[in-house]
Design a protein around this ligand. Structure first.
Ligand code: HEM
Length: 423
């Protein structure tokens, strides 16, 4: 816990000695929730000063309370996901992403109205109703995945169980050939991990993975363009028109990268972190097994607990007053969903993992116009995999330390050694 006393929330709180949210080594044993307990209490609008790790040597605002984050996410005109103000780039990570290539081309780093037009093309394929069509198939896949893990007895839960279903599901939904899915995931993993680099740096491995993804994506999208349209997401983006014009090739390629990364990474981490929490509560495991009506609330609690997307950045487009302080046009503002999900004014006993918590207004999927497009899919995958695990597994025991990805942008689990005992 950082060593700071209680201070007035309008004061410029100096937490620099204890807190550097861009020092990725601080995230290698999981998300530092305790730092945010102090920020929520003492400095709900905190100016994170520049440190040796902050991208571009710039400071940024940190929002940590649920209510403030909801308000900022709801006001996408003031808090842009695209613009970087006067900077050359912008977007939703603390480091500026290049304008034209990523910013303004990636769905999540695009402002309305184009964002809304783009998103509208995709929503019909991602509603709970549309997803019903793939649920039975996902269940069969989940059974194969779980049975293979049970047969092994000892396995890496992240690789052998948690990663597989989200990856297979997103490949299905997007229209990526299943046999290519591991290669795509590996490229996405390399680009999301900061194992051998700092924020804003691109290592040779990352550049190589991006180039491979580019070549693969160009060829796959070319094929989709030639084939008759279907309701697969990649078919939609290759055939759709906005204002009478097709999406640019870059927008289409960027969408493939986004959907693979967003679709596979986040859900697997929530599944792994949820399993780790449940493995410590065998009586709760048994309770859900006997009463599956608890599964939907358990999934929501896992989403809250794991908060696998810790933050997204915005850039202020105008001056705004908040907590008696002034955010200036052009300032970077970070919205910490993970902190909102431990806000004691919203969640009673926020550090208790309560599978019957209801209501559970967590922000794991964000809020507002950029609310996660894959939320219904992620919820369904989690429901299906845990349902199958409950049917076929007596106990999962975590047998070694959980290894986390070195990142403040993804609460990623790299490895989770377990023993699995079947029924
Ligand atoms: C537990 C799993 C997941 C979590 C925690 C999660 C989290 C998030 C969050 C926090 C955002 C908002 C970003 C922002 O406001 O800047 C988001 C957006 C998005 N997510 Fe997810 N996500 C998950 C699963 C998925 C899946 C399975 C898919 C793909 C099918 C997906 C695709 C997307 C897309 C395309 C966006 C951008 C939406 C937009 O800008 O309109 N996500 N996600």
């Amino acid at each position: 816990m950082p060593n700071v006393g209680r201070v007035d929330s309008n004061e410029d709180v100096d937490l620099t000695e204890d807190v550097d949210l861009t020092d990725l080594d601080r995230f290698t044993s999981g998300f530092p929730f305790e730092v945010f307990d102090v920020l929520r209490r003492d400095a709900p609008l905190w100016w994170h000063p520049p440190t040796e790790h902050t991208p571009g040597g710039e400071g940024f605002w940190v929002l940590s309370r649920h209510a403030d984050i909801v308000a900022a996410a709801a006001d996408s005109e003031t808090f842009s996901s695209e613009s970087g103000g006067d900077r050359e780039g912008g977007g939703t990570t603390l480091e500026d992403m290049p304008t034209g290539f990523a910013v303004g081309a990636l769905l999540n780093m695009m402002d309305d109205p184009r964002h809304a037009q783009f998103r509208r093309l995709l929503t019909p394929s991602t509603t709970p109703r549309a997803l019903q069509a793939i649920e039975a198939d996902l269940r069969r896949r989940a059974i194969d995945i779980v049975d293979a893990a049970v047969a092994k007895g000892q396995c890496d839960f992240l690789i052998d169980v948690a990663a597989e279903l989200p990856l297979q599901a997103v490949a299905e939904l997007a229209g990526v050939p299943q046999e290519d899915r591991h290669e795509l995931m590996n490229w996405a993993n390399v680009t999301l991990d900061y194992e051998e680099r700092e924020i804003g740096e691109i290592s040779d491995r990352v550049a190589q993975a991006q180039a491979q993804m580019f070549t693969y994506g160009t060829a796959l999208l070319e094929r989709k363009r030639r084939e008759p349209p279907t309701d697969e997401l990649l078919s939609i983006v290759t055939h759709a028109l906005i204002d009478g014009e097709p999406l640019s090739e870059n927008e289409q390629r960027m969408f493939l990268s986004l959907i693979i990364a967003a679709g596979s990474e986040t859900t697997r981490n929530s599944i792994a972190i949820g399993m780790s929490a449940l493995s410590q509560k065998p009586q709760v495991w048994e309770q859900i097994r006997q009463d599956r009506t608890l599964l939907p609330t358990a999934v929501e609690e896992i989403l809250r607990w794991a908060s696998s997307t810790p933050y997204n950045r915005r850039t202020a487009t105008r001056d705004v007053e908040m907590h008696g302080r002034r955010i200036r046009a052009g300032d970077k503002v970070s919205l910490w969903w993970a902190s909102a999900n431990r806000d004691e004014t919203v969640f009673a006993d926020p550090y208790s993992f309560d599978v019957s918590r209801n209501p559970n207004p967590h922000l794991a999927f964000g809020r507002g116009t950029h609310f996660c497009l894959g939320a219904s899919l992620a919820r369904m995958e989690m429901r299906v995999i845990f349902d199958v695990l409950l049917d076929r597994v007596r106990r999962v025991t975590v047998t070694g330390p959980i290894e986390y990805v070195r990142s403040n942008k993804h609460s990623g689990v790299r490895h989770m050694p377990v023993s699995i005992e079947g029924r």
